[in-house]
Design a protein around this ligand. Structure first.
Ligand SMILES: [Zn+2]
Length: 190
């Protein structure tokens, strides 16, 4: 039953949108359910999800629903194939994305970030950002890191629940916002 997942998708989608971590049609969410993936529909609005926005398709195989799924489906599938994770949040947090332009690794300096996400790899350097791109590189990095950034694009966070992957995403954006503010303050002091 897809409806059992709906409240989780709605609450996480609404948090991401209300905090500016996705634009109106940006980002995507999924959960793994045995040999299938339940993922947001291509072009859906994460802040206003309804049951028809959740698409169930194969973890390995395409079916009649595959064409309706988010264009990032291939990345979600690759992540589930490499790890025992149950949920993925893909978003475009502004400060984290800004840092992904200029850093190969993001090291948090605030206490929460240092504790939970001390090192966030940035993957996809040298590639044009495109939906479904860098799937294997993202999946490989998520085996050992809770969240990764895709160069000039956005974040992929994984967890055992959507809420867990969301919390990691929010921690990342808070850390990156602090990093940007501190860098700006240092420049002003010079
Ligand atoms: Zn994206």
């Amino acid at each position: 039953m897809i409806s059992e997942f709906l409240t989780h998708f709605q609450s996480v989608g609404s948090e991401l949108y209300s905090r500016g971590m996705v634009s109106v049609h940006g980002g995507n969410l999924s959960v793994r359910d045995q040999d299938s993936v339940v993922i947001t529909r291509s072009g859906s609005r994460l802040g206003y999800l309804s049951e028809s926005d959740l698409i169930r398709t194969g973890l390995e195989k395409d079916d009649e629903n595959t064409r309706l799924a988010s264009t990032e489906l291939q990345v979600h599938r690759a992540i589930y194939r490499k790890g025992l994770f149950k949920a993925i949040v893909h978003s475009h947090p502004i400060h984290a994305t800004a840092l992904s332009f200029v850093r190969h690794v993001i090291h948090s300096e605030d206490e929460g970030g240092k504790l939970f996400i001390p090192e966030v790899p940035v993957v996809g350097f040298g590639l044009e950002p495109q939906p479904g791109g860098a799937a294997e590189e993202i999946a490989e990095a998520l085996k050992t890191h809770a969240v990764v950034m895709v160069h000039r694009h956005g974040s992929f966070a994984r967890g055992m629940t959507l809420e867990e992957a969301y919390v990691i995403t929010e921690l990342l954006e808070i850390s990156c916002r602090i990093l940007c503010l501190v860098k700006n303050l240092k420049i002003q002091q010079m």
